[in-house]
Design a protein around this ligand. Sequence first.
Ligand code: SF4
Length: 429
Amino acid sequence: MNELDSEIIAGILTKRGLSETTDETLADLLIFNTCSIRDLAERKVMGKLGKLGRQKKRDRIIGVTGCMANAKKEAIFQKLPHVDFILGTNNIHDLNCLLDEVILTGAQSIRTDEEFTQELDYIAAKRQDKSKAYVSIIRGCDKYCTYCVVPYTRGPEVSRTPQSILEECRELVAQGYKEISLLGQNVNSYGKDKPEWKYLFHDLLYEIDKIEGLNRVRFLTSHPVDISRELMGAIRDLPSLCEQVHFPLQAGSNRILKKMHRLYTKEEYFEKVALLKELVPDVALGTDIIVGFPTETDEEFEETYEAMRQVRYATSFLYTYSPRKGTPAMRWVDDIPESIKAERHQRLLDLHREISSELMAEKLGQEVEVLVEKRSKDGNYLRGLTRCWRHVLFEGADSCIGSIQTVKLTGYSHQTWMGQMGKASIETL
Ligand code: SF4
C-alpha cells in the first residue's frame, strides 16, 4: 500500500511539473513516505531525517507522509523542526495545497485526517513496473488486532467504487499491463462497509476477470475471517485469478489468537485452509507469523510451529513481536526475552526453508507460466514471476521482457527456481 501511495505521490508531483532525481543532494523536495508497522522502520526514518536536519539547505522542502505522519503527528515537528510538512495517509489528495502553503508562507503545515474521504487520481500514478501494477480497492482496517497500528494510522475501512476500480484496471490493460494486484489492508472485506451496494469482493473479481487482455489478478492482503467459500470458488473458477493466497495465521495457539484479537480459532483456520486446498489443490499459501507475543509460552509456540508444519506455506513473513505505541498490546509487559524470541524466530525460519525447498523440489520438471520482468542482476538470465509468486531465472532474449512465457523448472536455489523456456515459447518469439 505504501509503494502504491509513493507512486501516486510521484504522479501528483509529475503533473505539477516536477521531475524525479535519484541524487538526493540535488532534490528541492524530499518526501519520506513512511511505514509504522515495525519499530525499526520508524527508527530508520527518524535517523535519516535527523541527519538531513543537520545538513539542511535553506530552500529545500522536506515532507513526511505515510503511517508515521498519522501516528506521530505534530510530535514530528517537535523532534525535527526542519520538517516542513506532515501529510497523513488519508490526505494524499491535499499534497498540492500543502506544498503551496509551505512555499508561500514558509510555515510548517500538517494534515492528518482520521478517515479516507476523497478519491485519488490513481490513473496518474507514476508506476515503477511496466508489466505489474497495484490497484487499491479498499483502504483502512476495522479488525483492530491488538498489536497493530494500522486501524489508527489508516482509519476505518473505505471501499472504492467498483466502477472506479474497473475503469483503472481497463486503463492499465490498455497500457499493456499483464498483472494486477488488488490492494487493501484486508481486501476480503471489500464492500462490507457499503451494504447498500450488495457487492462483495468475489463479485468484483468476477467482473475484473471479464476484462479482455488481463492475464493475471492477485490480491493482498487477507484476513482469514473474511476468506469466504465464494472467494475460494472464484480462485478455482476464474482463469485470471492466480492460485496464490496470503492467509496470515499470526499464531497457532487459541489463547494467543484471542489475545491478538484475531477473531478465529486455530480449528476454524485449519478448516478454511482444508477447504481451499480441496477446491484449489495447487494453491500456494503464504502467512505472517509473530513470535514472542506477550505471555506466549514454549508450548504455545510449539503450536505455531506445528501449524506451520501442517499447512506447508510457500511464503512466510516471520516477525518477532515488538510493541507499537498506541496499540492495545502496549498495556501488556513485553515479557518474552529477546533471546527467546530470536530462538523461536530462527526455528520457524529453518522450518520454512525446509518446507519451501520440499515444495520447490516437487515442482521440478513441470512447465509453468512466467511473466518475464527483467534481466537478472548479473545480466545472464531473464527473471520472471510465476502465478504462485515465485521467481524463476532462465535464458532468453530481452524481447521476452514484459511477455508471458512457458518455462520448464529445472532446478532451484533458496527461493528462486532455475528454468528453461519452453520450445513453443521460443518458436513464437
Ligand atoms: S487485519 Fe491486518 S491491518 Fe487490520 S489490524 Fe489486523 S494486522 Fe492490522
